[in-house]
Design a protein around this ligand. Structure first.
Ligand code: KG4
Ligand code: ZN
Length: 351
């Protein structure tokens, strides 16, 4: 079965083609980072307009890369939510138009499910069940993944997501957008022991997280000191903040993940989403969990952030599951009366 995956939930247009027998046949991506950088964050209307411009050329490039024709596609999978409603609608309309015109079955995919399943694109991939630490710009969640479509949310950030905290702190330090890679790079030249930020919610039972207080601690420290130091001291001041902030976030994520592993007794851990590209997170997880006999899996770096490949594989796995019930795929091929996109969409239901 050949699946076309379409991702437009935020600021990356991703189109990929996945064959359940041969693996990934094509992966095309256009990142809007340059478009939004001067605004310090994603401008939704600009993002939507850009997706519209990119979708057709990227799909043509993907078909060329895979050396197939549209008629060879057996299933279209698109990101149905959560995300920016306008950008989601560009992908949803595009996907539904192609599906209708070519009579191809179509499935709406949960964006976070795409992130969860991204490590399954690798040869050495996790087996079910596993614990997932999903750390992206919009979400920080610990999820018990039992099988395709069977997900139980164990805990999540009650305010800012980890990626959002990176982005907001980078903005405060004037490091540009996106903030995660910028903070991580600057942190390499800083000393993470300089500032002791409180690690949020680690003394509270349960698996929820919170990063907005940490962001405030950083802002207070920055504003108290920035006008009292010389220009030559500023780079070191910022680098030490970046390193201390990064370490606090990573330590907190690791403590909560450890707790979730103990509670569930799971031995397989998936870390995915944009923040899973973070070097310190990967190094710390390796150190902490390998000695506990926990196998840790990540997507390859390019599939940590948003992409079409993760949507294609999620669609493919659902398609294969649904094939047992032939009707459900046939039904999906009928012309849609509505184009579905959901800006908000909880994952902890069977999908
Ligand atoms: O998964 P993603 O592409 O988008 C969402 O679904 O939200 O994640 C983007 C987030 C941004 O907040 C970005 O700053 C963060 O991932 N990010 C990182 C790194 N690379 C991307 N955060 C920390 N370290 C990184 N190396
Ligand atoms: Zn994402």
């Amino acid at each position: 079965m050949i699946t076309l995956g379409i991702e437009t939930s935020c600021d990356e247009t991703g189109i990929a083609i996945y064959d359940d027998k041969k693996g990934l046949l094509a992966n095309q991506l256009h990142s809007q980072i340059k478009l939004h950088a001067k605004f310090g964050g994603v401008v939704p209307e600009l993002a939507s307009r850009d997706h519209i411009k990119r979708l057709t050329p990227l799909m043509k490039a993907a078909l060329l890369e895979a050396n197939i024709k549209l008629k060879d596609i057996n299933l279209i999978a698109y990101t149905q939510g959560p995300g920016l409603l306008g950008t989601l609608l560009t992908g949803a309309s595009f996907a539904h138009s192609i599906a209708y015109a070519n009579n191809i079955p179509i499935l709406g995919i949960h964006h976070l499910e795409g992130h969860l399943l991204a490590p399954l694109l690798e040869n050495d991939s996790p087996e079910f069940p596993f614990l997932a630490l999903l750390v992206s710009g919009g979400h920080t969640q610990l999820i018990h993944v039992k099988s395709i479509g069977d997900y139980t949310l164990l805990g999540e950030s009650i305010d800012d997501a980890a990626g959002e905290a990176f982005d907001k702190t980078a903005k405060l330090l004037d490091l540009g957008y996106p903030g995660g890679p910028a903070i991580s790079k600057l942190a390499e030249s800083g000393n993470s022991n300089t500032y002791k930020f409180t690690r949020p919610m680690i003394n509270k039972p349960g698996l929820d997280l919170s990063f907005s207080g940490l962001k405030t601690q950083v802002r207070n420290l920055y504003q108290k000191n920035i006008n009292n130091i010389s220009n030559t001291q500023i780079p070191k001041f910022k680098a030490d903040i970046a390193a201390s902030f990064e370490k606090t976030i990573i330590d907190t994520l690791i403590i909560k993940t450890k707790r979730a592993l103990e509670n569930t007794k799971l031995k397989t851990l998936v870390i995915s989403g944009g923040v899973s590209a973070n070097k310190l997170l990967r190094e710390t997880a390796k150190k902490q969990f390998s000695k506990k006999d926990i196998k840790v899996y990540y997507p390859r770096i390019e599939f940590c952030t948003d992409n079409g490949a993760m949507i294609a594989i999620a669609g493919s796995l659902h398609g294969l599951k649904n094939e047992l019930k032939k009707d459900s795929l046939k039904k999906a091929a009928t012309p849609p009366r509505e184009i579905f996109a959901r800006a908000r969409w909880p994952l902890n239901i069977s999908i």
